[in-house]
Write a protein that binds this ligand. Structure first.
Ligand SMILES: Cc1ncc(COP(=O)(O)O)c(C=O)c1O
Length: 329
């Protein structure tokens, strides 16, 4: 197999970068491919094995970002490749909206065992992180019968219209796409590394909490019209900022007090990337919904929305009671 020639010894630069074959590909890309992709450097990847990625000219690089934080077991892990090959030989097309599959249950059972919240849980499967977010938005609105959503400055939740409405990372991602989904309020994410001058971490966290309760809820969004708070337990694109445990505890308190769902976007921070299965487990706070993608499938496109039934509001109808009617697909 060609991939066996890739060494694990370190980077090997064999041509000027980009090399001659890469330049050809870049020319073709310039002519045929949507200019909406935002590449930062001209890597034309051809093969991968473990931590090494080889380009079309035979240059080998060490991939410190696991693709885009996706290949959690390294590039082309032999067991992952074998599982894909086996499945491709058995059944390529599936449609959970129309038919039943044993594997959907097997994975949901495993996820329930490692989830950061108590069960019973139910899983919704899609193809990407953005779809997992869309499903969480729809489920939160459907379940609470409310429209408002709180998200954070610096957040990245995806590029589909709903997920983009929660995203507040770079204006380029939103330019000329308005109007987005209405009802979203963005609030500050605590940054204890760059907190305001003269403020202690505790004061900064308290200020962020107060922004939600004393500004948003008193000026633009009545709390009883807020369906969910979406948070990345470690903000990724926003600068790899872990949310302080105290802040997440406060969000849980606000949610419990007002019948709001707490959604942890673990698309990037989850599947073991922080040393625990889910980044929110470092805080002990239990979300009502988690969104999962990227590392969970080590390269295959998969997005999962995992929601619990009884989210502790005493408010009655369990999230999962509504799955069947919610028309998420
Ligand atoms: C935290 C977070 N949520 C959602 C997404 C969207 O995932 P996808 O690109 O699979 O749609 C990303 C992607 O980078 C992400 O980092």
């Amino acid at each position: 197999m060609a991939t066996q020639t890739i060494s694990n010894a370190g980077p090997k630069i064999r041509t000027k970068l980009p090399g001659p074959k890469a330049l050809e590909v870049l020319k073709g890309d310039e002519r045929y491919i949507s200019p909406s992709y935002t590449r930062s450097y001209p890597l034309v990847a051809k093969r991968g094995r473990g931590v090494v990625v080889e380009d079309v000219d035979g240059n080998e690089f060490l991939d410190f970002s696991a693709g885009i934080a996706v290949v959690s077991t390294g590039h082309c892990h032999p067991e992952v490749v074998a599982a894909i090959q086996k499945q491709a030989g058995e059944l390529i097309h599936m449609s959970g909206t129309d038919f039943y599959y044993e594997s959907l249950i097997t994975l949901a059972k495993r996820l329930e065992k490692v989830a950061p919240m108590k069960g019973p849980l139910r899983a919704y499967y899609g193809n990407s992180g953005a779809e997992a977010i869309e499903a969480a938005m729809k489920l939160a609105r459907y379940h609470t019968k409310r429209q408002g959503i709180i998200a954070f400055y610096g957040a990245f939740h995806g590029r589909t219209m709903g997920a983009l409405s929660l995203t507040a990372s770079k204006t380029q991602q939103r330019r000329r796409f308005f109007p987005l989904v209405p009802g979203v309020a963005h609030v500050p994410y605590p940054n204890i590394y760059r907190k305001p001058e003269g403020m202690t971490a505790e004061e900064h966290i308290a200020e962020c909490v107060s922004f939600i309760e004393d500004r948003v809820f008193k000026t633009i969004m009545p709390p009883e019209e807020c369906a969910a708070i979406f948070i990345e337990p470690i903000q990724g694109e926003g600068g790899y900022l872990p949310a302080p445990a105290e802040f997440l505890r406060e969000l849980r308190r606000i949610c419990d007090k007002n019948g709001i769902l707490l959604v942890a976007d673990e698309v990037q921070s989850g599947a073991g990337r922080s040393g625990k299965w889910w980044a929110i487990q470092h805080t002990g706070v239990e979300p009502d919904i988690i969104t999962i993608a990227k590392g969970i499938a080590s390269g295959m496109p998969l997005g999962i929305t995992l929601a619990r039934g009884n989210h502790g509001l005493g408010a009655g109808i369990a999230c999962f009671d509504l799955w069947r009617q919610s028309g998420l697909h």
